[in-house]
Design a protein around this ligand. Sequence first.
Ligand code: HH2
Length: 264
Amino acid sequence: MGVLNVTPDSFSDRGSHLEPEAAVARGLQMAHEGSDLIDVGGESTRPGADPVAVDEELRRVLPAIRSLSAGGIPTSIDTSKPEVAAEAIRAGASVINDVTGFRDPSMREVAARTGAAICIMHMRGDPRTMQENPRYKDVVSEVRSYLSAQADACMAAGIERANIWIDPGIGFGKTVRHNLALLANLPTLANLGYPVLIGASRKSFIGKLTHQDDPGERLGGSIAAALFAASRGARIVRVHDVKETVQALKAWEAIANGPAVWQE
Ligand code: HH2
């Protein structure tokens, strides 16, 4: 999954794809580089980000979704607003990626009605406050229970089990230690039976592990996190640097499979 932030304030790319032409070009480029799905977002979820009105969010995301979908490129809509999700699906998106975990019944209703696939993400609190001293008794079991309960609520609303993905929400109301615990225990989440998505790319915990303040300089750490996540059962990795991550995944997979599987 390639990240396409059509926002002026995302933490890692600060507005470089705000114009529709630039957003579409970046989406096409990521598809060409091997991304199976382009995640289009019009509202930053970084800690302390300003909220965006429905009209403005739609104005940002719809041109890219329409244009990429028309070119046969699968897209997901990264939003927590049911109105935005509904319009994005109408414009051609096939997945709703909601960082608020489908807590809003209207969001569940949109997904059930449209038959879209969904990604349920765990977040502690909301983006404004989530990093203020996050605490858990047992982060892995609390996140697992939350994701399981939200998936049940989604199925009760009419969403098919086969359309549900889950995501522990790396960096959303979590300390470095919480993120490390979740990554180390991915098989515990994967055994709920839903595909697991991990978004660690360029995030501040990678900066903290490697003493790198500039998100654009966290490629090595981001690739390490993507490979580790894949090796522990993540089925989808949400990344900014598609070309480099795809190459790393291909090489890792071939090496992990060993010589018996390799075709000269
Ligand atoms: N992370 C971000 C946004 N959406 N969705 C899922 N499912 N999982 C994630 O980990 C995730 C997400 C934050 O990253 P980014 O989009 O690069 O930044 P911003 O929210 O500032 O636009």
